[in-house]
Design a protein around this ligand. Structure first.
Ligand code: KG4
Ligand code: ZN
Length: 340
């Protein structure tokens, strides 16, 4: 079965083709980062318009790369939510229009399920069950994953997401958008002891997170310390921020493994691309004898491959899940636990 996947929930347009026999055949991606950069964040209306412009050329590219014709596609999966309403509507209407024209069934996919399953696209995928740490721009969750569609929420952020904390703190330091990679690079030059920032909820006794206080702590340091912040001080603050957030993410992941008795940890979402987080998790895994799995770097941030894959996995279990009525809705807010 060949499944076409369409991702358009935020600022990346992704189209991919996954074959249940041969694996990922091809995928094409366009990131809008450069377009949103000058505004310091994603401008929803611009995002929607750009998805409209990119979808068709990306489809053509994905088909070319896959060596597959449109007539060979068996079903189409698209991101139904969560995300920006207008952006989601572009992908949903594109997928449903294509399905109608080709007389192929369509299926709405949960964006976070795509992220959760993305490590299964790698050469050495984890087996079920595992604990997943989902760290993206909009979400921070620890889940127990027993199989496709079997997700149990263990803990989540009570305020900002990890990626949001990266982006907001980077903005306070005058770094561009998105701030995650920039603050991470700068932190490499920082002195680890120069500033100490709080580790919110580190000892809360549950598996929840809170990151808005960390961002406020960065703001306080930036305001108090420095009228004209020098480059070294910026790097020192960046280092303190990265150390604090990584400490919390690692500690809570270890607690989740202890609580569930599982030995496999899967990292998903954009922040999973972070080098400092990966080093700290690898060190913890070696010390505590668990195994940690990451998606390929290109599948950490938003992409069409994870949507095509999640759709294919769903259809293998529930062949009736795809529909041919082609009426569609999107779900900008859609808790993963509501997924049946
Ligand atoms: O998963 P994703 O592409 O989109 C959402 O679904 O939100 O994640 C984007 C987030 C952004 O906040 C970005 O700053 C963060 O992932 N990010 C990183 C890194 N690469 C992306 N954060 C820290 N270090 C990175 N290397
Ligand atoms: Zn995402």
């Amino acid at each position: 079965m060949k499944v076409l996947g369409v991702e358009s929930s935020c600022d990346e347009t992704g189209i991919a083709i996954y074959d249940t026999d041969r694996g990922l055949l091809g995928h094409a991606l366009h990131s809008q980062v450069a377009m949103h950069e000058e505004y310091g964040g994603v401008v929803p209306e611009l995002a929607s318009r750009d998805h409209v412009r990119r979808a068709l050329p990306l489809l053509e590219q994905a088909l070319r790369d896959s060596g597959v014709g449109l007539d060979q596609i068996d079903a189409i999966g698209y991101t139904e939510g969560p995300g920006l309403a207008g952006a989601l509507l572009v992908g949903a209407s594109f997928a449903c229009g294509l399905g109608l024209a080709l007389d192929k069934p369509v299926l709405g996919i949960h964006h976070l399920e795509g992220h959760l399953l993305s490590p299964l696209l790698s050469a050495a995928p984890p087996e079920f069950p595992f604990v997943a740490l989902l760290v993206s721009g909009g979400h921070t969750q620890l889940m127990r994953v027993d199989g496709v569609g079997q997700y149990q929420l263990l803990g989540e952020t009570v305020d900002d997401a990890a990626g949001e904390a990266f982006d907001k703190s980077a903005k306070l330091l005058g770094l561009g958008y998105p701030g995650g990679p920039a603050i991470s690079r700068l932190a490499e030059f920082g002195d680890p002891g120069a500033y100490k920032l709080p580790r919110p909820m580190l000892h809360s006794g549950d598996l929840n997170f809170s990151f808005s206080g960390l961002k406020t702590a960065v703001l306080t340091v930036v305001k108090n310390q420095i009228t004209n912040i020098c480059e070294q001080d910026k790097a020192n603050v960046a280092r303190a921020f990265v150390d604090a957030i990584v400490d919390v993410l690692v500690a809570k992941s270890v607690s989740a493994l202890k609580q569930t008795g599982l030995k496999r940890l899967v990292i998903a979402g954009g922040v999973g691309a972070n080098g400092q987080l990966r080093s700290a998790l690898n060190a913890a895994a070696a010390k505590r004898q668990f195994k940690v799995y990451y998606p390929e770097l290109e599948f950490c941030t938003d992409n069409g491959a994870m949507i095509a894959f999640a759709a294919a996995m769903r259809l293998q279990r529930h062949p009736d899940a795809a529909r041919r009525d082609y009426g569609f809705t999107v779900r900008p807010r859609w808790p993963l636990e509501d997924l049946d």
